[in-house]
Write a protein that binds this ligand. Structure first.
Ligand code: URA
Ligand code: SF4
Length: 479
């Protein structure tokens, strides 16, 4: 199996051309997203050779235009899908695209439509705000597209607003127009539309980062410009911020305005409370797209357990196996949990087990330290951030209101503990005792089972496991 990282559509095209010329089958390659990290494995330098007479071949232009659009989709599997279709057009059916019921074609057209919609949305909803910098007017907008469409849509704005200097900030990448050319820079952290001053400040930070050597060669900067002179320069503040503070400030700004346009609440149809059941909720959650986490996950993993459970266990988010099976805590962490539950004298069948975030957040690339090719597509867990937790939390609130007999809540790990007891909570301080929460008086926090899996040695593993069991016993016996 050959693993190749793909930067963008043009890169995919170059690679696909060579793969087809070499008669490489789709099952023999995996095309990974290039997330800007350095290459993780040595790649064959001939992969991106210029086309030769033998390697160029005709492809229906409709496929190319669909492919270019789908290249902007956020789904990690898009490059593989495009190559599979290309291969099938070349080797199986020239008219594959006309077979609308074909699974690959269906997927392709669905993704193309999603990208097209998203591009329309961007054209319609971007609103600029005027900022004055060094006596010049700039227009700044924030937008959070669902897909990677900035480069696709930017030319539209350059035509439409050709006589202005403008910047559109997005989490993926930012684009500026200086009335002559489009310049692209890296994205700024996600946030919901920052309001007026925040937007301005966000832009100033970005402005600073593109006009000063921000991808910052600090050493070089210091050697070329001794620090003692910095204070005399007009951009002193910006430079100082950049070096010391900017990432934190942007993060803080975003913290204040965190949120997606929607939260799970928008998907919880307001049933009269007495009609709300866990299975009705589970069905609604299956269609939740409130935050971007659904894009790369297989399915929503809802809570599981009896509606009359008295003890509720709340984890962080589903892992790889949970994502595939649709049930919480069925993978390695689930096994540890199951063992601890048993040792604590509890019966898992009587507990309600769920997660504060219902979709699997992960990255598809193997560990950056590894220089060997990845064995298959390993999906590495990524911690959900505060915004994702906030978007998803209404599902847990709704679950809790359906669990009429629930009287004890055990938070497994810091993510759910923070969601329930506030961001300042420390597991080491709070575990082993009862803490009241908005959900119930008898709230407990304890280690996440994956901490036990990751423990560096047997002694640490045993002590964490013992504590997890103790905490479950405490929850069981407390009155
Ligand atoms: N980790 C969690 O927090 N929840 C699961 O369901 C699985 C692993
Ligand atoms: Fe909805 Fe939660 Fe999934 Fe986000 S993680 S899409 S809020 S179910």
């Amino acid at each position: 199996m050959q693993a190749i990282t793909i930067k963008d559509f043009e890169d995919w095209r170059a690679v696909a051309r060579v793969l087809i010329a070499n008669a490489t089958r789709p099952s023999e390659v995996q095309l990974f997203e290039d997330d800007g990290q350095q290459a993780l494995f040595a790649e064959d330098p001939t992969l991106r050779q210029a086309p030769t007479a033998q390697s160029s071949f005709g492809v229906p232009s409709r496929f190319l235009s669909l492919a270019e659009s789908v290249g902007c989709h956020r789904a990690a599997g898009r490059w593989d899908l495009l190559f599979r279709i290309l291969w099938r057009i070349k080797n199986e059916k020239k008219n594959l695209l006309e077979i609308e019921t074909d699974d690959d074609v269906l997927q392709l057209t669905k993704m193309e439509k999603q990208v097209r919609r998203d591009a329309h949305k961007m054209k319609a909803f971007v609103r600029f705000r005027k900022v004055v910098q060094d006596g010049q007017e700039f227009f700044v907008a924030w937008h959070q597209p669902d897909h990677r469409i900035v480069r696709r849509v930017a030319p539209f704005f350059s035509r439409r607003f050709s006589g202005m200097n403008w910047t559109i900030l997005t989490p993926d990448e930012c684009v500026s127009w200086n009335q002559e050319s489009l310049e692209y820079g890296s994205g700024v952290s996600r946030s919901q539309t920052p309001q007026s001053d925040e937007l301005e400040e966000l832009w100033r930070t970005y402005y600073a980062s593109i006009f000063n050597p921000a991808r910052v060669k600090i050493k070089m900067m210091k050697s070329e410009m001794p620090v003692r002179y910095w204070k005399n320069l007009p951009e002193t503040d910006l430079i100082a911020d950049l070096l010391a503070e900017a990432p934190r400030r942007v993060e803080e700004m975003i913290e204040q305005h965190e949120g997606f346009d929607k939260t799970a609440d928008d998907f919880i149809k307001r049933f009269p409370n007495q009609l709300m059941t866990l299975s009705a909720l589970k069905q609604m959650a299956a269609g939740c797209t409130a935050c971007h986490l659904h894009c790369n996950a297989t399915q929503t993993v809802f809570g599981a357990g009896p509606a009359n459970a008295r003890i509720v266990l709340l984890g962080e988010q589903p892992g790889d196996q949970e994502d595939l099976t649709g049930d919480p805590f069925v993978g390695p962490a689930g096994e540890v949990l199951e063992e601890a539950i048993g040792s604590a004298g509890l019966d898992r069948r009587e507990l309600y087990v769920t997660n504060i975030v219902k979709h699997f957040k992960h990255t598809q690339i193997s560990s950056p330290e590894s220089s060997r090719p990845p064995r298959g597509k390993k999906r590495l867990h990524q911690k959900p951030n505060a915004r994702e937790v906030r978007a998803c939390r209404p599902w847990f609130d709704a679950e809790w209101s359906c669990l009429k007999e629930a009287e004890k809540l055990v938070c497994l790990g810091a993510t759910s503990a923070k969601a329930v007891l506030g961001p300042g909570i420390k597991l080491t301080d709070q575990r082993g005792r009862v803490c009241g929460s908005d959900y119930c008086q008898q709230t407990f926090v304890t280690w996440h089972p994956s901490v036990i899996l990751r423990a560096s040695n047997a002694a640490a593993r045993e002590s964490k496991m013992r504590e997890l069991i103790e905490d479950l016993v405490l929850a069981k016996d407390s009155v």
